[in-house]
Design a protein around this ligand. Structure first.
Ligand code: ZN
Ligand code: ZN
Length: 77
């Protein structure tokens, strides 16, 4: 799960490239393309096509994405 701050960084730092991957649709998605659970918006991200949870792939992305790590580090320190 991403914190609200991490979520906002994701939409800034990673807006221009895919951050999630759906293993069922075999497609990657940018932050703006991802779907949310509207009843539980903090729960995670979903594939816009099949609505399966792709939050784990987003978390994997932010831990290895240089753009995210740089912006996150800048905010923290
Ligand atoms: Zn990224
Ligand atoms: Zn899918």
């Amino acid at each position: 799960m991403l914190k609200a701050e991490e979520r906002s960084i994701l939409f800034t730092a990673c807006a221009g490239h895919p951050v999630a991957y759906c293993g069922w649709c075999l497609r990657g998605f940018k932050p703006a393309q991802l779907a949310y659970n509207l009843r539980a918006p903090m729960q995670g991200f979903m594939c816009p096509d099949c609505r399966r949870d792709v939050t784990a792939t987003v978390i994997k992305h932010v831990s290895s994405c240089p753009a995210f790590v740089e912006l996150h580090g800048r905010k923290a320190g």
